[in-house]
Design a protein around this ligand. Sequence first.
Ligand SMILES: [Zn+2]
Length: 313
Amino acid sequence: MRTQTASVGVDVDSLRYYYRIHGLDESNATNAAWRVGVPRFVQLFAAVGIKATFYCIAEDLDLPGNAERLRALVEAGHEIGNHTWHHPYALTRIPASERRAEIAMGRRLLEAAAEAPVVGFRAPGYNTSAAVMADVVASGHTYDSSVFPCAPYYAAKAGVMGWMRLRGRQSRSVLGDPTVLTAPRDPYRAAVDDPHRRGDGLDVFPVSVVGGVPLIGTAFTALGLTGSVLALRAALATRKHVTLEFHAVDLIGLRDDGLDPALAVQPDLKTPVASKRRTFARVLSILRDRARVERMDVLAAERAGRGGRRRRV
Ligand SMILES: [Zn+2]
């Protein structure tokens, strides 16, 4: 039996959040991430034969058709995770009452619309803190997947934000706590007072990073087929568990889908969809052949069963 496990997540951030992160006028944003990107991922996962977790933003349920699309994900056997109510990039810095509402209401609204349990949390921009984790636990989640210990990503984000400030543009993104770079690389139970250290708190599934390369959709797009396969094989050779991370927009394209040219600031949108799909399909097929690919809620339940522990409510 294969003892190595893997899980695949998709953050369903609708396009308005990309306008916000790049400081653009969001009135041109369409619903293409949900309307086009999500079904393409569902099709890809069906072709490969895996189930995944879609981290959704409750506010996006207000856009026409998205509640039905959410239920279709559940019917296809996928898990719905909580990606907050309004995707505040400054989740770690907003007042406690707002932070709690973002986490608890996100879960409640998604669960009501999905008609299925929502037990996993992923913070916007992968920024978490002890206070965020305490709210994630208190609102009934059983695991978190907000930790992304990737130094090049951290450095690039710091660089882009500094560059945007120099050009007089304000990114809505927030640079997180650098202790994330020292967090464990395989799934772990986080300390109650520090989500980036081991302890007695919630189960954390960090997004996989190998040799500085994050196993995320934008990195696969940049690396191309050969580089992506090498990165995945390196991760499979060194990790007990591999967490891949995509975004719904990873399977839409500027030209393929006639998006607003202003979105060219997001370089991976310029890559043709067929080429991205080919790379992702190859990576996911290798993952499926080498590891037991499970939804994160299933793996979290297995870990809880093994520990035989009771969770604080
Ligand atoms: Zn997001």
